[in-house]
Design a protein around this ligand. Structure first.
Ligand code: FO1
Length: 322
């Protein structure tokens, strides 16, 4: 067969669930000597300013996970990190609800310094990932800042991390706004990766809070629709519940639908052609296939690194064009 120049495996991800699949894909492609064909597009709507530092939690979660540095219990932050810097901030009377570890601070200090020097978030992320030994691309969804705000019944509109971490995602979400999204444009490396993609995989991340901000970046949906590659999604809802986080509650309160993989299939209809359904939701396979999806039923709940790699392998086997 003639080589068509398409060799990238692209994944859109945010949060801990996204990082798990990214690790599965990374391990899988590394084994095949193709780690540098992996391009991970990370959500930056969760970014925040803490003590004057630019924190990009979703990028860092992927970076630490793939570098083997992440805290295995939390899924975010660095394993065995300490919180002595934060302790002193606390004594100064500062807000310390967002837990930044001592080692983690180095990432935010460096990122902030480089941003101040005029380096783009894309270039900064490349520098950090190369330094940590990664040989795939981690691409922020845009180089201009976007901040997700959540409209809650209880306290009105608040920034995402206040809703998620400070208030424990307990409020009822009735609206979501991606502040800055009108200025956000697709970056050249993302456009190139999507154009050269063999396969695009939407990770089992929160559709509203992690994936939608990526899709709303100017040029992103168009690139996905025009690339002629299969686009598949791994359902973040299994057995009517979110694998992690508030996706199921938001589906109910914001979208007015009962949380299920079927709801996820409806959400992505028109953009996505492949659907990865957990074995426990097998009964929904026929209905999702009738919506026009190519459905893969497999184990999507990822506990061990082997689970992550196996899921990635099943996805590549089913959806990579031959
Ligand atoms: N998540 C929490 O639940 N509590 C925290 O204090 C917290 C701190 C934190 C610091 C750095 C970082 O990279 C991630 C951190 N996260 C924390 C995770 C983060 O809020 C979420 O994983 C994502 O933003 C959701 O996609």
């Amino acid at each position: 067969m003639e080589y068509n120049g398409k060799n990238k495996i692209v994944t859109l991800c945010g949060g801990v669930g996204g990082a798990k699949l990214a690790l599965g894909l990374y391990r899988c492609l590394k084994e095949r000597g193709r780690a540098n064909d992996l391009a991970i597009i990370g959500n930056t709507g969760d970014d925040l300013d803490m003590f004057g530092l630019h924190v990009s939690p979703d990028l860092d979660t992927v970076m630490y996970t793939l570098a083997g540095l992440s805290n295995p219990q939390q899924g975010w932050g660095i394993a065995d990190d300490t919180y002595r810097v934060l302790d002193l901030f606390k004594r100064y009377g500062e807000d310390t609800w967002f837990l930044l570890g001592d080692q983690d601070f180095a990432t935010h200090i460096l990122r902030t310094r480089m941003l101040k020097e005029g380096v783009s978030l894309t270039e900064i992320t490349a520098t950090l990932t190369v330094s940590l030994g990664l040989d795939c691309a981690l691409l922020p969804m845009s180089d201009s800042p976007v901040c997700t705000y959540v409209e809650t019944l209880e306290v009105g509109e608040i920034p995402f991390q206040e809703y998620f971490v400070r208030r424990g995602a307990t409020d009822t979400v009735v609206g979501i706004r991606y502040d800055g999204i009108e200025q956000a444009e697709i970056t050249a490396p993302i456009a190139a990766a999507i154009w050269q993609s063999e396969l695009v995989i939407i990770a089992p991340s929160n559709p509203y809070l992690s994936i939608e901000p990526i899709l709303q970046v100017k040029g992103m949906e168009q690139a996905l629709l025009q690339c002629n590659s299969p686009v598949v999604v791994v359902s973040p809802i299994v057995g009517g519940k979110a694998l992690k986080g508030p996706a199921a509650d938001i589906m109910r309160s914001f979208d007015g639908v009962e949380p299920s993989a079927l709801g996820v299939a409806k959400y992505y209809q028109g953009l996505v052609g492949g659907f990865v359904l957990d074995v426990s939701d097998d009964a929904l396979a026929e209905e999702i296939a009738a919506m026009g999806y190519q459905v893969l039923v497999t184990q999507t709940v990822m506990q061990t690194n082997e689970d992550k790699q196996l899921l990635a392998e099943h996805i590549l086997e089913e959806f990579l064009p031959r």
